[in-house]
Design a protein around this ligand. Structure first.
Ligand code: FCB
Length: 453
């Protein structure tokens, strides 16, 4: 092993999950239906027709799960709140039992010395709001601000770190344009409205959270890949720019006061995605969206190599790694740690956030328990180690990265892939709900202890 890598003092080491992916108890204790409940109960949407009805049964096993976090030595835990557990109809009447669940969870974390990071929206919109148009209508943004008010009033005395949205690009494009996530629409002109209302709701919620949770830090989490053209041809570069613009700049630019990027406005217009221009943007909206935040959360997994099929395209000059498990996770995502240094530097030096967190990073490998009951997931350790080194390089270059959350604490329901993809550092036996710390969790424990490796 090369030189020792040490992280800055106070660097926060954590793990992340999301409500729908782990909680189960989808219709218990007054919880309302979410768009994900509806989506998974429609046959054909999810691999093997898996559902999150039970998932990791975390709603009942949360104490055990805090026990696991303690064993690993986690300093922070990022989880999301299920909106329909709090407001079964999306707005109006509060389900006290739902609020109590999260309140107990927060208390349990604090007693264990683990800092809670709450994500308010990790994609489980109340179905009642979807029935009124979901994120395509402006009133859903207002409902989100009310929901943020309810949650931050109840937990804001104890929770000091708030993330409004997780990956609005995925919610908008996968949910409303590509149809592979709930609510399963396939219409770019809907999705562009959705993107705006997600951003607007973020901006409306920020001051609400600040009011209810004094001294809190508030931010948003965006997904970002390392996008590169497969050659220097105009066609490959154009494709790369469009992809990066659609998935990242369309969200980051407005959040940092730069408005919607003009090149992607043109691109969406050509695709019919803005049939009435920006008729959904009202006066003052862009200032609301650009509300100052304390940090940006980034979810980084892989790089994306872009190759246009233009017939006269240049020969390809950049190639992906050989198709071995070391370089390719089971999601089919390339293991490309250099991209993590790149995205951190890019976001910091281009947008200037006050600080950054990696709110998700990790790898899907299905390594099962061996005959001794260990889970020898060396491939995941390799992925994590190389990404930690990549983060460290960004910190050395001056990026104020404050913490890291591995995706995920537990194997869980991986959206349209159901239970086929295992991202956890803890193995979950879905039949028995037994959990086993994988070797990666034990290795991570050592990293946290030494604040490096
Ligand atoms: C991210 C999601 C998270 C998980 C990982 C693998 O896009 O935020 O819920 O599914 O991907």
């Amino acid at each position: 092993m090369a030189n020792k890598i040490l992280f800055p003092e106070n660097f926060l080491w954590g793990a992340a999950t999301a409500s729908y992916q782990i909680e189960g108890s989808w219709n218990k204790h007054g919880k309302g239906e979410s768009i994900w409940d509806r989506f998974v109960h429609t046959p054909g949407n999810i691999l093997n027709n898996d559902t999150g009805d039970v998932a990791n049964d975390h709603y009942r096993l949360w104490k055990k799960d805090i026990g696991l976090m303690k064993r690993i030595g986690l300093q922070a835990y990022r989880f999301s709140v299920s909106w329909p557990r709090i407001l079964p109809a999306g707005r109006g009447k509060v389900n006290q039992k739902g609020l109590d669940f999260y309140s107990r969870l927060v208390n349990g974390l604090l007693e264990a010395g683990i800092t809670p990071f709450i994500t308010l929206y990790h994609w489980d919109l109340p179905q009642a709001l979807e029935d009124e148009g979901g994120w395509t209508v402006r009133s859903t943004a207002e409902a989100f601000a009310d929901y943020a008010n309810v949650v931050s009033r109840a937990l804001g005395d104890r929770v000091r770190s708030w993330i409004t949205h997780n990956e609005p690009a995925v919610a908008a494009w996968l949910g409303y344009e590509m149809g592979v996530h709930a609510p399963g629409h396939r219409d770019l002109s809907k999705a562009t409205r959705v993107a705006h209302h997600l951003l607007l709701s973020h901006g409306q919620a920020v001051p609400v959270i600040r009011r209810n949770s004094p001294n809190a830090e508030v931010g948003i989490t965006l997904n970002i890949g390392w996008n590169v053209p497969a050659s220097n041809s105009a066609a490959d570069m154009k494709l790369t720019r469009e992809n990066d613009g659609k998935w990242f700049r369309w969200f980051a630019d407005p959040l940092y006061g730069r408005g919607y990027p003009s090149d992607i406005t043109k691109y969406f217009t050509e695709l019919g995605g803005l049939p009435n221009g920006f008729d959904f943007v009202q006066a003052g909206d862009m200032d609301v969206v650009a509300a100052p935040t304390d940090f940006i959360g980034l979810n980084y997994y892989s790089r994306n190599l872009h190759r246009s099929n233009a017939p006269d395209n240049d020969p390809q000059i950049d190639f992906q790694h050989p198709k071995t498990p070391e370089y390719w996770t089971e999601m089919g995502w390339e293991n490309y740690p250099e991209g993590l240094t790149g995205v951190l530097a890019r976001v910091y030096f281009h947008y200037g956030p006050r600080k950054l967190y990696i709110t998700e990073n990790g790898a899907s490998y299905s390594t099962p328990p061996d005959e001794n009951g260990n889970v020898p997931d060396e491939l995941r350790i390799n992925y994590l180690r190389t990404h930690f080194a990549a983060m460290h390089r960004a910190i050395q270059a001056g990026v104020p990265l404050a913490g890291y959350f591995v995706w995920s604490l537990l194997d869980n329901f991986e959206w349209s892939f159901g239970y086929s993809q295992r991202f956890g550092i803890v193995w979950v036996d879905y039949e028995t709900q037994k959990r086993i710390l994988k070797d990666s969790a034990k290795w991570y424990k050592g990293v946290i202890k030494k604040n490096g490796f």
